[in-house]
Design a protein around this ligand. Sequence first.
Ligand code: NAP
Length: 321
Amino acid sequence: MTEIAFQKALQKPKLAPTFYFIGVTTGKSSIMKVFPLWMKELGRPDIVIEGINCKIHDDPQVYCRIVAFIKADPNSLGGLVTTHKIDLYAASHNLFDYFDRYTQITGEISCISKNEGRLEGHAKDPITAGLSMDAIVSKGYFGRTGAEVLIMGAGGSSVATMLHLMDKPDPSDRPRRVVIVNRSLPNLEHMREMVVAHGTDIEVSYVHNQDPVKNDEIMSRLPDYSIVINATGMGKDTPGSPFTHAGLFPRHGIAWEFNYRGELDFMHQALAQGESRQVKVEDGWVYFLHGWTQVIAQVLHIDLTPELFERLDVLASTVRR
Ligand SMILES: NC(=O)c1ccc[n+]([C@@H]2O[C@H](COP(=O)([O-])OP(=O)(O)OC[C@H]3O[C@@H](n4cnc5c(N)ncnc54)[C@H](OP(=O)(O)O)[C@@H]3O)[C@@H](O)[C@H]2O)c1
C-alpha cells in the first residue's frame, strides 16, 4: 500500500500481486485504507495497491511506460485510472489487445485488466456514473420537473455521464437540454464528437469558458430543479470552484460534486444555499464506491453481486474520511 512516482514504480518486476491506481494525488484517496479491507473480504489479502501520480495532461510517454510495464509484468494485475482516462487511451491504445464497447465510444480507459494473456481496456464510467446518478435522481425526474443539466468539465467522467443520459430509453429520464462547459477546446471537441456520433434528441450546448462570472450567468439561466455537476476536479485536483460565491444555484436543484475529498469549494457554495434555495447537495462517495468496485471486479474476475457491493460499502464506510 504505497504511493510512488511512476519512474520508481516501473523499475523492477513486482513481488506481490499488484493493483495500480493511476491518478493525481492517489495517496490521499480513501481507497488506500479501503483496499486492504476489501481484499481481506474477497479472500485476497496478498494483493497490494500502488498509487502512481501523474501530472494532469502528462507526457504521452509516461502513460505508455505505465501501460507497457503492467502488460509485461506478471504480478501487475491491472488497475484503475482516474483523471488521465482520455490521455492514457490516446497515448497507449496500441498496447491493448481488447477494448469494451464504452471505450470505443468514449475514447477513454478507466480500467486496465488482463484476461488469458490479453491486456484489456474498459471504460467503466458510463456504468458507474450511471449507477451513481440513478441513486441521486429518481425515475422520471426530468419529465416531471423540466430540469436541465449543467456539466462543468468535459473530461472522462462528464463524457460518461452524458452517455448515460443519452442512453436512457424512457424520454422522461432524459433532460431536454444539457450545457457542457470546459476551459479548453480539445476535451470539448471530443465530447461533441462523441455526442454527434452517438446521436441524441437532447439539445446539447458546448461552452468554451473558464471565467467563473460567466459560469454564474450560465447557471442563473437554468430552470428550477436543474442539476449542476462539478466534474472539473476544482476543489480537489486544483483549487477553487468553477463558480463565484455570488453564483445562484437553481431553486430546488441538485448540486453534485463528483469528488468527496479536498476543499470541495463548489459543494460548500451549494450547501450555503441549501435552505435559501432548497438545493440538494451530493458528493462523490457513492460514485467512488461504484467506480472502485466495478473496476476491482473486472481486474480480479469476480462477480459483483448486490450483496457483495453492500458488504464492501459497509466496510468502506468504517474508514471514510
Ligand atoms: N468520486 C469518484 O469516484 C469520482 C469518479 C470520477 C471522477 N471523479 C472526479 O471528478 C473529477 C473529474 O474527473 P475526470 O476523470 O472527468 O477528469 P478529467 O478527464 O481530467 O476532466 C476534467 C475536465 O474539467 C475541465 N476543467 C478543469 N477546470 C475547469 C474550469 N475551471 N472550467 C471548466 N472546465 C474545467 C478540464 O479541462 P481541460 O480540457 O482544459 O483540461 C477537463 O476537461 C476529478 O477530480 C475526479 O477525481 C471522482
